[in-house]
Ligand binder design. Structure first.
Ligand code: SF4
Length: 218
């Protein structure tokens, strides 16, 4: 069952499953909340957990209920185990924050559409911040973006896990389209040169940042 049901992850009790609906940049609506609350009540799902990636995990779903839960939710499954872009997190940025220099939410939504689910050597997480205060954790995500007055800074190779790594700045003062291009170039180089399951942080620690920078069109 574990691999058959859409986006279902077997839990440590070896009986129940967790699912993570796709919620780009963590932006929700009353309709999404209502739908989730209705499903949680209907199927008696014991745990709802906001994740570090600004997603909402529904945990403890009975095996026989998983497919029906997805049907009722009418939402896409978030990536959780595949080797690809799992999610894009973003701070509020200029949409609401008085410190914002760039539109991090808008950038995140576009980036999510462009790169979400893209096959890669390992999972990739993206963090976007609308100003140098960096609330989007941009230095410790595989790909980070920081909005500044003159444009976007792109960072690559960060990780916040057990072997943390501060990502390297690849380019600064970029327009949105130029930032997309730099990210595409970074992911292309990573895809062509990394080992299977080698996260960006370990890849850059092994190969160095300079050869990656040489392949980036700035
Ligand atoms: S990173 Fe800057 S723009 Fe984003 S929430 Fe933090 S202070 Fe606001």
């Amino acid at each position: 069952m574990e691999e058959k049901a859409k986006g279902a992850i077997l839990q440590r009790d070896k009986e129940t499953y967790a699912i993570v609906p796709r919620i780009p940049v963590g932006l929700v609506t009353p309709e999404i909340f209502k739908k989730i609350a209705d499903v949680v009540n209907k199927y008696d799902i014991p745990i709802m957990k906001i994740t570090s990636g600004q997603r909402l995990a529904l945990v403890g779903i009975k095996e026989d209920d998983v497919n029906q839960v997805w049907n009722d939710l009418e939402m896409d499954a978030g990536k959780a185990k595949e080797l690809c872009v799992h999610y894009v997190q973003a701070c509020p940025g200029t949409a609401v924050c008085k410190f914002g220099k760039q539109d991090s939410l808008g950038m995140g939504i576009e980036l999510e559409k462009l790169f979400y689910g893209k096959d890669l050597p390992a999972k990739v997480k993206i963090g976007i911040s609308g100003c140098p205060f960096c609330c989007g954790e941009s230095y410790v995500r595989d790909i980070g973006l920081i909005g500044k007055k003159k444009g976007w800074t792109v960072i690559f190779g960060g990780n916040s896990a057990g072997r943390p790594r501060i990502g390297d700045v690849i380019a600064k003062n970029l327009t949105k389209d130029k930032a997309f291009q730099v990210i595409k170039d970074c992911l292309q180089y990573y895809t062509e040169n990394a080992k299977k399951k080698e996260r960006t942080a370990r890849f850059i620690a092994r190969t160095g940042i300079e050869s990656l920078k040489e392949c980036v069109t700035v």
